[in-house]
Design a protein around this ligand. Structure first.
Ligand code: PMP
Length: 452
């Protein structure tokens, strides 16, 4: 199908002339998307693609939700904006709703993006210790391969060297420990010889840094963008125990795992832990509007109530908790509840896992990891040496899929030679038939790609 003649060329020229994309100037031929519905994206030429990544791990309720558009329009027609030192109905209702979903007692601070939500968590953690007479506790520990955002603090927490290379020095005070990466265990262990050395390495880092200098440990329940790295079952509980032992706050980044992606309300619920701080974004609105939240346990919040002006949390944020975004989030969460989509994500995730199992027959498929409705397929040149598949092989696979109407992703810039994990994370409403299309297209793509 051809759109208005010449329009595409004009837009592409203007894109090249005026827009600055992530990773530019390497993407000289971006797809220009014009419409989306259900699990499909349509480009300006009328080509349709299955959105196998739900945008960037976020359009959980699927595309084309008119009830969300209506909620946004209604709020915009009522009261589009109010400064956040005051309150408004959608923010109050949403903070209460988030507490239902968290099953706990949390104070909610709204901001705009996942990076913002993590910055807020770091500031609150530092100020908390300052107020309780332990101002030296300012460091944070995260894991290598994890991504926590692109502002200087969130980048500091990010354990991916390649993302930071051009921007050092990032914020001071961030340290990294080994990831719970069983396929390539940093400690050379196998599941039957494992004593959770990866969790112990967090404790070791706390001790070596000096526990009186460490404010928090930040983890995703599963390292998502860094390659769907699923930890051993009791890993997160051990990390929580370590944090409690050393008076260190456990911050859980639920930017991707939250709101059902993990098959539970939040990813950490799969592991039975109760974080001190939970950060969330993406799935809070299914990306229909920008919004993020930092949920802080009431115990922490109490210490901010008692101490006069010094205990005020200072983080003015023009758009944080914007009424339209909160109204969108409320409708998005209502859809998840009405349509029982968290349970659906869980069962569709099991279906996806079962369909992928036969991929182990490929010489290039080293590992398949899943968590709720997300999958990571690690490609290698040799199953014994586990040599990562090179970028050209990844490109052939991803390119074939895109050409055949299936958009999936790959893990993000850890070190370039380790960007060898294909990722799948579709909207929760995806049907089994649509999953089959993704799986069969991918099977064909891997079959046809030249040996790595
Ligand atoms: N944390 C995680 C786990 C993420 O995946 C992301 C974004 N991909 C962020 C934080 C940052 O979110 P944002 O892009 O909204 O700043």
């Amino acid at each position: 199908k051809q759109t208005v003649s010449g329009e595409k060329d004009m837009l592409l020229n203007q894109d090249r002339a005026f827009l600055w994309h992530h990773m530019a100037p390497h993407n000289d031929h971006p797809a220009i998307f014009t419409e989306s519905d259900n699990v499909y994206l349509t480009d300006i030429d009328g080509n349709s693609y299955i959105d196998g990544m739900a945008g960037l791990w976020c359009v959980n309720v699927g595309h084309g939700r008119t009830s969300i558009a209506e909620a946004a329009a209604k709020q915009l027609n009522t009261m589009p904006f109010t400064p956040m030192t005051n309150s408004h109905k959608p923010a109050i209702q949403l903070a209460a709703k988030l507490n239902d979903w968290l099953d706990g007692h949390y104070r909610i601070f709204f901001s705009n993006s996942g990076s913002d939500a993590n910055e807020v968590a770091f500031k609150i953690a530092r100020q908390y210790f300052t107020q309780t007479g332990k101002p030296k506790k300012y460091k944070f520990i995260s894991r290598y391969r994890a991504y926590h955002g692109n502002s200087m603090g969130a980048l500091g927490a990010t354990g991916q060297a390649d993302r930071k290379a051009s921007y050092e020095p990032v914020a001071e005070g961030f340290r990294h420990a080994a990831p719970p990466y069983c396929y390539r265990c940093p400690f050379g262990k196998e599941p039957d010889s494992c004593s959770l050395e990866c969790a112990s390495s967090i404790e070791q880092t706390i001790v070596w840094e000096g526990a009186d200098t460490v404010a928090g440990v930040i983890v995703e329940p599963v390292i998502t963008g860094g390659g769907v790295i699923t930890p051993p079952e009791s890993y997160l509980q051990k990390v929580q125990e370590i944090c409690q032992k050393h008076d260190v706050l456990l911050i859980v980044d639920e930017v991707i795992c939250g709101f059902g992606r993990s098959g539970e309300a939040f990813g950490h619920k799969n592991f039975g832990v109760q974080p001190d701080i939970v950060t969330m974004a993406k799935g809070i609105t299914s990306a229909y509007a920008p919004l993020s939240a930092t949920a802080v346990s009431n115990d922490l919040y109490e210490s901010f109530k008692s101490g006069g002006p010094q205990s005020h949390f200072r983080h003015v944020n023009t758009f944080g908790g914007n009424p339209m975004s909160c109204a969108v989030a409320l409708e998005n969460i209502d859809i998840l509840e009405r349509e029982d989509l968290v349970a659906q994500a869980k069962s569709t995730g099991s279906y996806l896992r079962a369909q992928l199992e036969s991929f182990y027959q490929f010489p290039s498929v080293g590992d398949i990891r899943t968590f709720g409705l997300m999958a990571g397929i690690e490609l290698v040149t040799d199953k014994t040496t586990k040599e990562p598949a090179p970028p050209e092989f990844m490109q052939q696979v991803l390119g074939y899929c895109k050409q055949h109407g299936v958009m999936i992703g790959k893990n993000s810039d850890t070190v370039p030679e380790h960007n060898n994990v294909l990722t799948i994370s579709p909207p929760f409403i995806i049907s089994h038939e649509q999953i089959d299309t993704i799986v069969e297209t991918l099977r064909e793509a891997i079959t046809r790609a030249s040996p790595a």
